[in-house]
Design a protein around this ligand. Sequence first.
Ligand SMILES: Nc1ncnc2c1ncn2[C@@H]1O[C@H](COP(=O)(O)OP(=O)(O)OP(=O)(O)O)[C@@H](O)[C@H]1O
Ligand SMILES: [Mg+2]
Length: 545
Amino acid sequence: MAAPSAGGVPVIILKEGTQRTRGREAQLNNIMVAKVISETMRSSLGPRGMDKMLVDSFGDVTITNDGATILKEMDVEHPVAKMLVEVAKAQDAEVGDGTTTVVVLAGELLAKAEELIEKEVHPALIIEGYKKAAKKVLEIYDNIAIPVSPTDKEVLKKIAKTSMISKLVSEEADYLSEIAVEAVLKVAEKVDGGWKVDLDNVKIEKKEGQSLRDTKLIDGVVLDKEVVHPGMPKIIHDAKIALLDTSLEIEKTEFDAKLHIESPEQMKAFMRQEEEMLKEMVEKIAAAGANVVLCQKGIDDMAQHFLARKGILAVRRIKKSDIEKIARATGARIITRVEEISEKDLGRAKLVEERKVGEDKMVFIEECENPKSISILIRGGTKRLVDEAERSIKDALNVVKDVVIEGKIVAGGGAPEIEASLGLRDHAKTLAGKEQLAVEKFAEALEVVPAQLAENAGLDPIEILVSLRAKHKEGERWAGINVFEGKIDDMYKLEVLEPVLVKKQVIKSAVEAAAMILKIDDIIAASKLETKKEKGGTEGSFGEE
Ligand SMILES: Nc1ncnc2c1ncn2[C@@H]1O[C@H](COP(=O)(O)OP(=O)(O)OP(=O)(O)O)[C@@H](O)[C@H]1O
Ligand SMILES: [Mg+2]
């Protein structure tokens, strides 16, 4: 790009090939991208929403209804699309649910902003109005939220169930909700008056086979590994666990070393020396009192043999993250130098056992020293089913956690959005000029949630919105869409319950995303690095084809 200088000679500012879009054109372009992304997500909102099938560049197929997963797998290119993916991911990390809603709402907020931009309202004013509106919505949500006891299992189960009912696993939502609630309550801790839930204490393992109903909560840690040697015990009571992040092998030198061996005796002596070293390692471990060895790296055949002779159960090549989990669960110290092992480094568990799960064997470390360490072993007919079950259970764990922490819920099915939308319209009347316009647009945008829930259930969104507004004006706060019977119902009575934390986070994230996108009025894109292929492959500047 060039700009004329005082002397009329052009001054080069941007590199050749750089594309620049500015002002309204840039804004409208970005809004269009956001609208397209949110269009794509809309059809999967709610229990009657559709699933998406995503095929990655390796041909691997994912079938899911999870907003964050859909966006992640879509592998989008445009920077605005990427921003929305980040928003969905952040929503997922923050509260674990509402990822579809956040993207749909952000898209709608931008679509409404577009109408205002066309009416010559400056984006900065829209952003300001939107932020005010969001603040008001959060207030409204706080006002209508229903306080619940954080350990009320019945309520928590309904919360978990609502989050799962829109997923592939909905048929087993009852059963899986129970597991999610048990799991969260097991790891929940009371700290200075409130509750703390660390979901890192819940390990999720999955194994194809059997059915979703065979999914189980396990008191301890499950490893998708088997005992390394057939001569080892398969079950150890009162386990004392040595946890190693090194290998039980003789280190090979980094360099090629040549060894001159001139006689069979020399060869034997050499082998014996290696053997002695391994034996010594095993002796050390046994002397410390360990009867289980869990190793992040390899275990030499010879070492396996010695361990088996000592009656020690050993597992090798355990993931680093699992090693850390086991350390927390059993109180074991991770040992890097076997020579230094002592009894106080060992972790404790009542039982370590290898069991057959489906076609494979898995190792269960149960009743660990830290009772807060648990696992969920997911079963299901196919890989895709267990994968989607994992995502759904994670959502459920998160929403239950949200309620345990915050202790406040709302009913769903579009009810809170209508309530907030009406509240906002009243609020807008107290404002003046363009700000009022922006707040009104926000109120309209919120209605995208009930409208889309209606549409996905095959209902007429306009009709539904009209009657929903009327009901809410009459004071029916929880009037929402019964998507299964195709009519308006009291969502609280229908037990469609959600954490208010999720609803609030949806508003915060959607506004943030919309504001971020509206603020951009200049897109300066460097030209793509040219690859050989695009050049036609004749210049050979990289010296390869
Ligand atoms: N039984 C139900 N009847 C009516 N609406 C429901 C019911 N269950 C859930 N909903 C509504 O569906 C919406 C949530 O849908 P969904 O779970 O597909 O999307 P999300 O939570 O935004 O995204 P994700 O779960 O993919 O992170 C919420 O507005 C919720 O109130
Ligand atoms: Mg959901």
